[in-house]
Design a protein around this ligand. Structure first.
Ligand code: SF4
Length: 219
């Protein structure tokens, strides 16, 4: 766990206040891209729904990957790993990153640390690189970059088909993407502080498969 002081937000579930700033899970960027209003229903209104079969299956695959990894893994601390990876390649899973600067936190599925670059991998079902999933990867990249400040190795984001080795999207985290994700994070801050509205999608196909559609006045 982190050493920074925090307190839970008085009414938004999952949001913490750290150094006077809203701090939310990076995975919410994916939900934001699907429909901002679903974030409002789930986290501001606090509507709780049972996990879908897809969610349960995803959690199981995730768990299996972790168990397999831990069977062969050697324990080391992150500072040591950063040093060692300047000479040879290493891999780590479920690394927790926290950025109080950008108000985000989350666990990165897998990171490949090499002498030249860091590859930040997020496992997702399917093989389509939606903008919402890319935003989530950029969120991890930004938090990681903030966390390792001072190390100038390249950071690359990647999406991998869950439960396989199939990396179906990969891109370097360049300045253009950094500016875009920082702008989106500011929008998230503004929505959670109440200065901007959570906008419902106008895509009826999303509403048809949305978990919250029985609670939503915009469907
Ligand atoms: S039903 Fe549609 S508008 Fe409402 S939260 Fe779900 S996706 Fe958004």
């Amino acid at each position: 766990m982190w050493t920074q002081k925090y307190e839970p937000h008085p009414y938004i579930k999952g949001v913490l206040i750290m150094e006077g700033k809203i701090n939310f899970p990076i995975s919410w960027l994916n939900q934001q891209g699907f429909c901002e209003y679903s974030l409002y229903l789930e986290h501001v209104q606090g509507i709780e729904l049972a996990a879908t079969p897809e969610m349960i299956k995803g959690q199981q695959i995730h768990q299996n990957l972790d168990t397999n990894f831990k069977q062969d893994a050697t324990e080391t601390n992150f500072a040591e790993l950063m040093k060692l990876s300047k000479r040879e390649e290493y891999l780590t899973r479920e690394m927790f990153v926290l950025s109080t600067n950008y108000g985000i936190r989350g666990s990165i599925d897998e990171i490949w640390l090499t002498p030249d670059e860091f590859i930040i991998i997020d496992d997702k079902p399917g093989t389509v690189a939606y903008q919402s999933t890319i935003n989530q990867v950029w969120g991890y990249c930004l938090a990681f970059q903030d966390f390792i400040s001072g190390d100038n190795r390249k950071i690359i984001g990647a999406l991998r088909e869950r439960g396989t080795d199939n990396i179906y999207w990969m891109e370097e985290f360049k300045e253009f993407s950094q500016i875009k994700i920082k702008k989106l994070l500011q929008r998230m801050q503004d929505m959670f502080t109440g200065s901007k509205h959570f906008i419902p999608t106008n895509n009826s196909r999303k509403c048809a498969k949305c978990r919250f559609n029985t609670h939503c006045e915009f469907k």
